[in-house]
Unconditional design. Sequence first.
Length: 128
Amino acid sequence: MRLANETGDERYLSTRDKGPQKRFARNFVDSRWMVGEFLMIIILVFLIISFSMSKNLQVTAYVTFGLWIVLAITVLDSFIMTRQLKKRLTDKFGSRDRGVLWYAAMRGLQFRKLRLPKPQIARGAPVD
């Protein structure tokens, strides 16, 4: 199972990760930079700033506003990615399997190094 997650061998993947559309979605997400990949790091930085400057309400307000902006950008980035993926899936496969877009959106929120199955495509590489 672990080896399948590292190599992406379709025969040994879990049901969640099997199928040509899921493979295409994984490659589509892995070929891009996503804001969601860095969301936890950004939240941690905002949290540290917020706690260290808790006496200054103005800084806390700016940090909170900044956090909402980052969350909105993350949602927008995921929305744009899923719209593009939806079009590409329809063009390539004719119809979409249920759950592929959600699968791709959740994969886009994970650190690239922690994604399972491991990315099989480099950033910026064309997906076909």
